[in-house]
Design a protein around this ligand. Structure first.
Ligand code: ATP
Ligand code: MG
Length: 565
């Protein structure tokens, strides 16, 4: 089947290499990939890149993609993560079918492989403690030194390893190491540990194993066991590849081809579970699904759609070299989609009352409004209009600066879909001086927002009839970090110093057009002039939706950054 336009991605270097293998009939032309998350946190947008690459390439070449949990580290794993990871991959639109696996399913096989290496003289039990081993490892510029236990006879190694497995030794007392080369310029080849003693129960294997395979040992062999033809992974695994190659060759088992591609980095973002978990555990965000988090769960709650995330990923492509992608590209992908699909509504976030003094008291009329200028089939709706309305506080100035075209004494503005109004007066709080109410007159000739004499109006404003408004909560979000590279900090500092204190604003008195009272989870709107908003999937109640701003209409950071340069 030809990939559809929506699904197909440009031919990048990864796809070219896979295609090469298929054309040459390697693995009988079969393509098997996998996404191998460690269940130690929620997935983030960086993982979404790896997910897309693996699932899409499998699909494009008529193959399959496995989901395998790399659950080799018992202390860090949690069932909550296993579930959220599956939910997030499905939500992104990918399906592993029956191909759900766990590295822990291979613990016995991996143990047998280790015994094979021992028999071949390719692995040994080391009695050194962690400190001694670290010392013997050498540095990037000096070679390591051989362990005094390196030349143990195979029989002794076997005996000790079997006793490790039987639980005879305490945590940290012994490890099994590959016997490769302590002088290798690649530190990963300096007799890396394959197994360590850890008497910690495992989510899936319980107390069965007092030893656990190291990630590098489990990873390559798991790919081989599953018949993964192409191990697609991020660049940091490039210098682990020689180790994977060594293990597979010594074992003489099926050898996947590993291809590394650049990790996704986003400006203003941190894409690393290790750091994200700190934000969650220290309460600096409202959980993994906080709408400011770049987790899939956070983006979903923020109002991102699977389509917009896939569009974004397709746009940035797959490259061989690391770079940082501008956050605005992610936001633009969402804007582009929602511009086409989101119904337009009006909502006033920071309300200021306007009394239209020449409009009859107690009267209401209904005015027709277009639901989506980008989509005629979305039709129109009726908006109630009356003598008292709310406008955005920021749309009024008692003393307007030059070129302020919005409402100010003597200024005439257009109320979207309604009338032209002219400000005649305003009231202030005698104590604070704050404007409490604005008075205006309307021109009945301008119904619908056009004037028969064609006079020019510079400002069109959104509004809501005060008698009909639905009072609701709206949450505005901004970048979680105020620094484009949160990991850039002075010695002794922390990425947490770059947190943006204004990243979340809760407005509890927003006045929204009445139809929004019945909005429910899954609904997304463009609030005219303000941005795109979705119904918060966690805190909303039926009849009391809470709105999250997914993204403003335009990028405000470009301007800020330019000014600060
Ligand atoms: P973290 O540093 O956030 O903990 P990780 O790489 O340790 O990430 P894993 O669960 O091991 O997390 O990741 C599963 C897969 O996702 C790996 O194959 C890894 O290459 C890939 N991956 C992780 N982060 C990114 C990223 N930013 N861009 C592309 N791929 C990524
Ligand atoms: Mg990892």
């Amino acid at each position: 089947m030809e990939p559809t336009e929506e699904k197909s991605a440009p031919r990048d270097f990864v796809r070219s290499r896979v295609a090469e293998d298929v054309e040459q009939g390697k693995n009988d032309g079969v393509v098997v990939t996998r996404f191998p998350p460690e269940p130690s946190g929620y997935l983030h947008i960086g993982h979404a890149k790896a997910i897309s690459v693996n699932f899409q390439i499998a699909e494009e070449f008529g193959g399959r993609c496995n989901l395998r949990f790399d659950d080799t580290n018992p202390a860090k794993e949690e069932e909550e993560y296993v579930e959220s990871i599956q939910e997030d991959i499905r939500w992104l639109g990918y399906d592993w079918g029956d191909n759900l696996f766990y590295a822990s399913d291979y613990f016995e096989q991996l143990y047998q492989y280790a015994l094979q290496l021992i028999e071949q003289g390719d692995a040994y039990v080391d009695d050194q403690n962690a400190e001694e081993m670290a010392k013997g490892r050498g540095t990037a510029t000096t070679p390591g030194t051989n362990s005094p236990f390196r030349d143990r006879p195979a029989a002794e190694n076997r005996d000790l390893f079997e006793r490790m497995r039987a639980g005879e030794f305490e945590d940290g007392s012994r490890v099994l190491r590959a016997r490769i080369d302590m002088a290798s310029p690649n530190l990963n080849l300096r007799d890396p540990a394959l197994y360590r003693v850890r008497k910690v129960p495992h989510d899936r294997t319980g107390e069965e194993w007092p030893i656990y395979p190291m990630y590098d040992w489990a990873h390559g062999q798991s790919d081989s066991i599953e018949g993964v033809t192409h191990s697609l992974c991020s660049l940091e695994f490039e210098n682990h590849r020689p180790l994977y190659d060594w293990c597979l060759d010594r074992l003489g088992v099926f050898h996947p081809r590993q291809i590394e591609f650049a990790r996704l980095n986003l400006s203003f973002g941190i894409l690393s579970k290790r750091y994200m978990i700190q934000l969650v555990e220290e309460g600096l965000v409202d959980g993994w699904d906080d709408p400011r988090m770049l987790t899939i769960a956070g983006l979903r709650r923020r109002g991102y759609t699977p389509g917009s995330i896939r569009d974004f990923l397709r746009g940035i492509g797959v490259a061989k070299f690391n770079s940082t992608i501008e956050m605005v590209l992610l936001e633009n992908a969402l804007r582009a989609e929602l511009n086409k699909t989101a119904p337009r509504v009006m909502g006033v976030l920071d309300p200021l009352k306007v009394v239209i003094t020449n409009y009859p008291e107690g009267e209401t009329e209904e005015l027709e409004a277009v639901n989506n200028p980008e989509d005629e089939s979305a039709g129109t709706r009726l908006l109630p209009f009356s003598r008292e309305i709310y406008i955005e506080r920021d749309d009024f100035r008692a003393e307007p600066p030059k070129k302020f075209w919005r409402l100010a004494p003597g200024n005439e503005v257009r109320l979207r879909y309604a009338y032209y109004i002219t400000c005649t007066d305003f009231l202030t709080d005698p104590e604070t001086g704050e404007v409490t109410e604005v008075h205006a007159t309307y021109d009945p000739q301008t119904r619908g927002g056009d004037s028969p004499d064609g006079r020019k109006i510079k400002a069109t404003m959104h509004w809501v009839s005060s008698a009909h408004a639905f009072k609701g909560e709206v949450r505005l979000y901004d970048h979680l970090f105020k620094h484009p590279n949160p990991m850039e900090f002075r010695k002794g500092g922390s990425f947490k110093n770059h947190l943006n204190p204004e990243s979340k604003t809760v407005l509890s008195d927003a006045m929204l057009e009445p139809s929004l009272a019945s909005a429910s989870v899954g609904d997304t709107f463009q609030f005219e002039r303000l941005g795109y908003f979705c119904v918060d999937r966690v805190d909303s109640k039926p009849g009391a939706p809470i709105f999250n701003r997914s993204v403003a209409l335009r990028d405000s950071w470009a301007k800020i950054q330019k000014q600060s340069k």
